[in-house]
Ligand binder design. Structure first.
Ligand SMILES: *Cc1c(COP(=O)(O)O)cnc(C)c1O
Length: 374
């Protein structure tokens, strides 16, 4: 058999979530974030669908991700958020860089001049995220950048540090800084600039940040970054539809007597005569070892606890209470089966992380199949 679980990606769910984003934000452009293989959902397939639904731009982290989209025949404008190496690829594949510093701006201008090929760029301002971008130095850099040969600034952007919190004060401060710098920039450059700052959290909770375009990632895949905040209204979140289901099959069913240990370290001892399912998925497949004795899977619609330590290639689940269970039965690690559902948010809380990491760990290690609704 092949290694690893199957990630079933529902493209209709991605389309549905895109429509929700579109509805929230009115007629603004949508920059669909498809970095990290579209958060594990498969960047080519997800991008094709998002473009079909009306995404104006795609955004990736690194040039190799953008090149993969071009090689798949996707012609939509692609913004590369973080990369400043492989400058020739930007020209060769018609990609749009985000410029974080003056040195990189010069390098792009130089290459553009050499090729006699204009490059359009977006400028990133660090308004308080403390990662990449111009900060106080922007005021004096603006004049220099707008005069550079063969380089045209067509957009200006920033990124929120904590727009997912119910306390919006820091995000509003970032937005205020951004708006001021944006206005200075527009005055000096003279032209129109596409301004964008809103990630999913801001799309869902900070309408004044939607500006010219929104830049959502997570919500397109059906999850809200706000879910860790119980005080937030959940209405929007409940409209989103998770797009990823991760499944495997029971490899082996074993009868163990009461008092039997299960897996490395004997961290689980059966408290009754038990039926234990061995699953052909381990931490090497994105099912983190932190789920040892600490999560559940769905078998025949019933929640069954993961027991003992998760191994590199296998995981054990207690299926004693699952009526009619048989080897070869489908097992859901993430997603819906009958009336129950295991969400990435639920697993994230158990693992002390965020849904983003659950989706990327599973997605990037699973064999993907695509559906169009069920
Ligand atoms: C990942 C990312 C986004 C999307 O964030 P979500 O929280 O997934 O909506 C937007 N902008 C930048 C710069 C990013 O790195």
């Amino acid at each position: 058999m092949d290694r690893g679980p199957i990630a079933e990606i529902d493209l209709a769910a991605i389309a549905h979530n895109f429509k929700i984003a579109k509805k929230i934000t009115g007629n603004r452009a949508i920059i669909a974030v498809v970095k990290a293989d579209a958060y594990g959902h498969g960047s080519v397939e997800a991008s094709r669908r998002l473009v079909r639904e009306g995404a104006s731009y795609l955004a990736v982290a690194y040039t190799s991700e953008a090149v993969a989209l071009r090689q798949a025949g996707i012609k939509t404008p692609v913004i590369v958020l973080f990369d400043k190496y492989d400058i020739s690829d930007y020209f060769k594949y018609d990609l749009m860089p985000v410029i974080h510093d003056i040195k990189t701006a010069r390098a792009f201008s130089k290459e553009a001049k050499k090729r006699k090929q204009e490059i359009r760029v977006h400028i990133k301002i660090d308004t308080g995220m403390g990662r990449l971008g111009f900060n106080e130095d922007i005021d004096k850099s603006i004049g220099t950048i707008v005069k550079m040969d063969f380089l045209t600034v067509t957009g200006i952007m920033s990124h929120f540090s904590d727009a997912d919190l119910s306390d919006r004060s820091y995000a509003l401060m970032q937005l205020d800084r951004f708006n001021k710098l944006k206005n200075t920039f527009i005055k000096k450059s003279g032209g129109h600039l596409l301004s964008h700052i809103a990630n999913s959290a801001a799309v869902m909770s900070l309408p004044e940040s939607h500006l010219d375009a929104i830049r959502p990632g997570l919500m397109l895949y059906g999850y809200s970054p706000l879910s860790a905040e119980p005080s937030k209204p959940r209405t929007l979140e409940s409209l989103l539809r998770p797009a990823m289901t991760v499944k495997t099959k029971i490899l082996s069913l074993r009868k163990l007597r009461k008092g039997s240990p299960v897996s490395y370290g004997r961290t689980f001892i059966t408290s009754r005569d038990s039926l234990i399912a061995v699953l052909p998925v381990g931490y090497a497949d994105g099912y983190s070892r932190i789920f040892s004795n600490n999560s559940e899977v769905l078998v025949r619609g019933k929640r069954s606890p993961v027991v003992g330590r998760i191994c590199m290639d296998t995981t054990m689940a207690d299926v004693t209470d699952v009526r009619g269970v048989a080897e070869g039965d489908d097992v859901i690690l993430l997603g819906r089966q009958k009336v129950d559902v295991i969400t990435a948010s639920e697993l994230a809380i158990k693992a002390g992380t965020i849904p983003y990491e659950i989706l990327t760990s599973f997605g990037n290690k699973s064999r993907k199949v695509y559906t169009n609704g069920s």
